[in-house]
Structure formats: structure tokens, C-alpha cells
Design a protein around this ligand. Structure first.
Ligand code: WTA
Length: 641
């Protein structure tokens, strides 16, 4: 398919990396939960349902399932049909019956250096109190609660409290801005919004409440806004609508006991909006039963979590990585998680490394863009710290270039920590193609599918590609952590993921990939109009709609252009309305920032007189991209002009 996401140097590096194999250290192998990964995979494939039933048996259920997998209405698959459960029971309640009651669940550090810790008991108490507050506001099973704040413990508490009472949360990443938030509130029709007065990033505050107020005004569903005090800045509070989190927790209604709502395994747990090929972001829906089994199993086997570990997933709870592997996965496993509020290089480029040393982090999981960013500061920053507590490392979000992989392995892992390069998506709930600690590694390859996952690289017709041939990455069998639908839009669910290979019943990932001679998967990149900028997922359509929402812009096209640090950056091309004054590029950028958020701001904006379009009027981003990257334009026979 000729997809080139990284330029020629990167391709060369990958060709070499294919023959560079890192065997796991004996110490890691000895203590690993799974030693014989190939056998585990074979066992899972031989009887998928038995494999997942056995995994599910490691959790507690109020009532057992009658059927592991119901594919009668495929692609609307159902898992653990008939079972009664609530993920929060497994994440909190069941630990309170054991010694883990007093184990640390969460260690948190603020950007300014404040520290807070929560045992399982304390976390559960805070969750119960807030759950009672939500109930007192009339939030019931099936209702949606939107949560919009920075990386603070109240975010985790709000998610768990919502799930505990059977409502669904929709967490909106704190780096998004007004329009992005308004759109997500509106789509979910949330009556309650939980936010903070502000957030800290690089020593400055972000006006979260101000953005929230404007978004609530635009969307018009929210009846109550609950605000956590974080930055103590002055904010506008609307009488009758707005309440301070702390005030509510002081009310008699905020009792520290709250029954966990009994849910069907297939009842929704959360919606998480993510970018698709076209139009507005879609609400990916996950459920209580299958999701809890899938994320706890993958986390247990891939990162080999044990009771004495200190796990740090340096993502944001506002993305799927945070949902599955900061909040829910570690709690289900009874692990101790660390969460840090601020930027990796604030106030100095050793902030993360100093946190690893101070808290004795044993397993650390981040994104390639962060690794590349910190690599730029040189080895002396990490070398100032003892990182000897580390046992395993991980990465997610975009392909990791072999050079960054080697640096991470050598300088951070001191050549003794295997790197788990986990490929997965918001839609998949958890890791899909990933090494286990015992897997021989190749820098830049996510290696092989997790046991029970049947993945392949296929051509247009669905034939398996030959080794080293690029094709579409598909998943051929259902898995418990799969999304169940697009919230409020089942047709879009079918169309987006299941229509391309409808005859075969395969899930289309939207990524291209290839397998090498050893059957290792190498992810190439997206085949659709989804961009990965610094590992953040964005649609070109979202950037374009933010641009045209400026009064002077008539039409816009956005593309991703490879970038050494960020993976991709956005380039945008705008046609101005007739007779308007041309806004400065900086003005337009700040407009995008305030509508969508900093991650959507194009690195480069250009005013043009026309855009390349097909005769049916579709923008040919491929042509713009070829021009921007100096590549062959390819077939332009459908170009109108
Ligand atoms: C990309 C993030 C290469 C991929 C968990 C996927 C990756 C999209 C990797 C999903 C990886 C994620 N190697 N590419 N290890 N992990 N991706 O929904 O393009 O934010 O389709 O989920 O990220 O992004 P999302």
C-alpha cells in the first residue's frame, strides 16, 4: 500500500531492527506468571471460551454466567451472558475482605510536589462518599456523568463512584477545550459534570472551570456541575447549578457506606470518545463484565504485576490507557499504582526519573513521544538517579522507532528490563498485540497477539499477506474487552469496524501492518484520516471543523506530516471567505486551541485559493500529504481540477 509514516531513515532503521533480537533476562523469566507463552496461545486458540472462562473465574461475580460468548447477533457480541457483577466490586469491595484493605492502592504526587496516598480502604471510603453525593443529585443506573479534570485523585474517585452506582462515565481529557467538551457532553446527554477549578501544567494553571462553564452553556444538558478545588483560582459558580466537591462531601448525605449496584455483565460501564474517520468523535462503549476480565488478564500477564510491585502508567486517565491501566486494571489486581499530575520535564528533565527513584517504581509504562522527548535532553538526567528498582518497561500509542527503543532499553532499563510494546486501541479495551516478559524482543515490533487474540495482516480481498508485505491489520475472533457499540449509533459501529470484511466477520482496526519472517507484527500506521500526534488520537475532521468555526475560514483541510519528536504534526490548508480580513496565523492557531485544545493546534497553517478535490467534492488529503512530504503524488485520475 506504500504507506510511509516515518521517512527513509526510519525505514532503514526498522529493516536493521528486524534482525536484532533481545532475549529476556533469566531473572525476569524465572519469576514470570507465564513461562510458556506459545503454549498458552495454542491452548487459548484451541478453546477460546474455555480460556476466557478460566480467566473470568479469577474474579468474583454476584452470579455466574450461563454462556461465555453469545455471537447470535454478531457483530453485537455478548460476553459472560447472564452473569451479575460490577467492576467496582472486583476493583475495591473484594479487597476490603482481605489484607489488601490496608495496602496502598494509589500514590499521587502533584506537580508542585504535594503527596497523597490512599489505601484500598481509604479509596473505597472516598468513592462511597462521592457515590452517595451523585445519588443524591438523582444520578441513577444508566445515566451519564461527564468528568473533565486534570490528573488528580478525585478524577479516579469520580470514575469509580459513577461505576459503583451503575451510571456510565464519559471522561473528557483535561487537555481538550470548549467545543470538544461541549460536543461530548451533548452526545452523551450528561446531566452532571464533574470538573476542577483548574489544573497545573508546567507551573501554570489551566482554566478548566471557565472552559467547563462555556461548554455547559453551549451544550445545554447539564443540570449540576461539581467542582474540585485544585488551583484555588477565582471561578464563576452559578447558584443552584454549581457546587464545590468539598462542600458536598461535608453533607450528611455523603455517608461512607454505599452498596455497589448489581449490574448485568453486559451493562455499560463507560463511554470514551475517540476520533474516527469522519465527522464527530464517536462514543466507544465498554461494559462491566468482559472488560474487567480482559484488562485484568492482560495487565497481569504482560506486566507481570505482583503484590510487591509499584506500577506507574504515565498516561492520563482521560484516555483509554488511563481507564484500563491506571484506574481499573491495577485496582482489580490489587496493585499499588502511582499517578503524577504534571509534565515529565517540569521543573527539570529528570522529574520522571526522580519519581521512579523516590517511589521505587518497578514497572513503568509510557508513550514513544515522551521517550523521544526525554531522550533529547541526554543521558546525564536519567544517569543522576538510581533506576535499579525497575524490572519491566512498556510503551503504547504509536510505533516506537528502534532508536528510541534502544535508548529506553539501555539508559532507562539499564539493559535488564524487557520492553513491552503494546499495540491496542480505545476500541479493544486492552493490549492486543504485545510481548509477554518472556518473549524475545525486536526493537519497534509489538511482537505477537496476546493469547486468545487472533490477528492477521490481510489484503483487500482478505487473503493473508505474505511475510514482509504491507496490509490491513484485522482481528479475526471476538475478545471480552472489545467495544460493544458506538454510543447512540449502532449503525456506525457496524459500518466503521465490521463492514470492510463483513463476509468473514473480522474487526477492522484501521491500522496497516506487516508480519516478518518470524511472524512478528510491525505496525505501520493509520490507513484512515485519524492522526496520532504525540500519541494522542485526533481526527482530521475535528481539526478542520475547529478551523472553519473561525469566521474568516470558508474551508479547511488537515493532514498529518511525519515528525521526529511527535510522530506526526498537523499541517492545515485554509481557504478564506471572500472579502474578509486575513487573520494572522497565530490568531487562527489560538482559535483552534480554545475550541479543541492544544493537541489539535496545527504546526503549520497555510492560506490557499483551492484544495485538491475529487469530482464528487471530497478533499484528497493524499495529494496534500504528498506535496507536504515531497513524495510522489500517485494516481490523481479522480482529481477534479
Ligand atoms: C496506535 C491507544 C504502534 C495505532 C491505546 C492504533 C500503536 C491507535 C501502538 C489507537 C503501538 C497504539 N505501536 N501503534 N504499540 N499502540 N497505536 O485509541 O494506530 O488512542 O490504532 O489507543 O494508536 O489509539 P488509541
Amino acid at each position: 500500500m506504500g504507506i510511509n509514516v516515518g521517512g527513509d531513515d526510519r525505514i532503514q532503521d526498522i529493516v536493521e531492527a528486524e534482525h536484532e533480537v533481545y532475549e529476556p533476562p533469566a531473572s525476569v523469566v524465572e519469576s514470570a506468571h507465564v513461562q510458556k507463552w506459545e503454549e498458552m496461545r495454542a491452548e487459548a486458540e484451541a478453546d477460546l471460551e474455555a480460556f476466557w472462562a478460566e480467566r473470568a473465574g479469577e474474579l468474583e461475580w454476584y452470579e455466574q454466567w450461563d454462556q461465555v460468548l453469545d455471537d447470535g447477533e454478531a457483530p453485537f457480541y455478548k460476553w459472560f451472558v447472564g452473569a451479575k457483577t460490577n467492576l467496582v466490586h472486583n476493583a475495591l469491595d473484594r479487597h476490603l475482605k482481605t489484607w489488601r484493605k490496608n495496602k496502598l492502592a494509589l500514590i499521587w504526587e502533584g506537580e508542585g510536589g504535594e503527596k497523597r496516598t490512599f489505601s484500598y480502604y481509604a479509596l473505597s471510603r472516598e468513592v462511597c462518599k462521592f457515590a452517595n453525593v451523585l445519588k443524591s443529585m438523582g444520578v441513577k443506573k444508566g445515566d451519564r456523568v461527564t468528568i473533565y479534570m486534570g490528573r488528580i485523585p478525585e478524577l479516579v474517585i469520580a470514575m469509580l463512584a459513577t461505576a459503583k452506582i451503575g451510571a456510565m462515565h464519559s471522561v473528557v481529557y483535561g487537555g481538550f477545550s470548549t467545543e470538544a467538551l461541549a460536543e461530548r457532553i451533548e452526545d452523551a446527554r450528561s446531566r452532571v459534570l464533574v470538573t476542577a477549578d483548574g489544573g497545573w501544567i508546567r507551573g501554570k494553571t489551566v482554566n478548566l472551570k471557565e472552559i467547563a462553564n462555556e461548554a455547559v452553556r453551549r451544550s445545554g444538558y447539564v443540570e449540576h456541575v461539581i467542582t474540585v478545588k485544585r488551583t484555588e483560582q477565582d471561578v464563576e459558580m452559578v447558584t443552584g447549578r454549581d457546587f464545590w466537591y468539598d462542600d458536598l462531601l461535608g453533607l450528611p448525605v455523603a455517608e461512607q457506606r454505599c452498596e455497589t449496584e448489581v449490574m448485568d455483565a453486559e451493562d455499560p460501564l463507560f463511554i470514551l470518545y475517540t476520533s474516527g474517520t469522519t465527522g464527530k468523535p464517536k462514543g466507544v462503549l465498554h461494559t462491566h463484565g468482559g472488560y474487567q476480565v480482559y484488562i485484568s488478564t492482560t495487565l497481569k500477564y504482560v506486566f507481570d504485576l505482583k503484590d510487591d510491585d509499584r506500577w506507574w502508567c504515565a498516561a492520563d486517565p482521560g484516555w483509554i490507557t488511563g481507564h484500563s491501566y491506571i484506574v481499573y486494571g491495577p485496582l482489580i489486581l490489587g496493585a499499588t499504582s502511582f499517578m503524577y499530575e504534571g509534565a515529565p520535564d517540569y521543573p527539570y528533565p529528570n522529574r520522571w526519573w526522580s519519581l521512579i527513584e523516590r517511589y521505587g517504581i518497578t514497572v513503568f509504562y509510557t508513550a514513544p513521544t515522551a521517550i523521544r522527548g526525554l531522550m533529547r535532553y541526554g543521558d546525564s538526567w536519567p544517569n543522576r538517579h538510581s533506576l535499579s528498582s525497575l524490572r519491566l518497561l512498556g510503551t503504547v500509542g504509536e510505533p516506537i522507532n528502534p532508536e528510541a527503543w534502544r535508548w529506553y532499553h539501555k539508559v532507562i532499563g539499564r539493559e535488564k528490563c524487557p520492553i513491552m510494546d503494546t499495540w491496542w486501541q480505545t476500541e479493544t479495551g486492552g493490549f492486543m498485540i504485545t510481548p509477554l516478559p518472556v518473549t524475545p524482543l525486536k526493537p519497534g515490533s509489538a511482537t505477537k497477539p496476546f493469547p486468545g487474540i487472533v490477528a492477521d495482516v490481510v489484503d483487500e480481498e482478505g487473503n493473508s499477506c505474505d511475510p514482509n508485505e504491507d496490509g490491513y491489520l484485522v482481528i479475526k475472533r471476538p475478545w471480552p474487552g472489545m467495544l460493544r457499540t458506538v454510543y447512540g449509533d449502532p449503525d456506525r459501529y457496524v459500518e466503521q469496524y465490521w463492514s470492510r470484511y463483513a463476509d468473514q466477520g473480522w474487526y477492522l482496526t484501521g491500522d496497516s501492518a506487516r508480519k516478518d519472517d518470524d511472524g512478528y507484527f510491525w505496525i505501520i500506521g493509520r490507513i484512515d484520516d485519524v492522526l496520532k500526534v504525540s500519541g494522542y488520537r485526533l481526527g482530521t475532521a475535528e481539526v478542520e471543523s475547529a478551523l472553519v468555526s473561525h469566521a474568516a475560514v470558508a474551508e479547511a483541510a488537515a493532514i498529518g506530516v511525519p515528525d521526529e519528536l511527535k510522530g506526526n504534526v498537523i499541517h492545515a490548508f485554509c481557504i478564506l471567505r471572500q472579502g474578509v480580513e486575513r487573520p494572522s496565523i497565530d490568531k487562527l492557531k489560538s482559535h483552534v486551541r480554545s475550541e479543541m485544545g492544544p493537541i489539535a493546534v496545527p504546526a503549520h497553517i497555510e492560506y490557499v485559493d483551492s484544495l485538491p478535490k475529487t469530482r464528487s467534492g471530497k478533499i484528497m488529503r493524499r495529494v496534500l500529504k504528498a506535496q507536504a512530504t515531497g513524495q510522489e503524488v500517485g494516481d490523481i485520475s479522480t482529481l477534479a481540477d
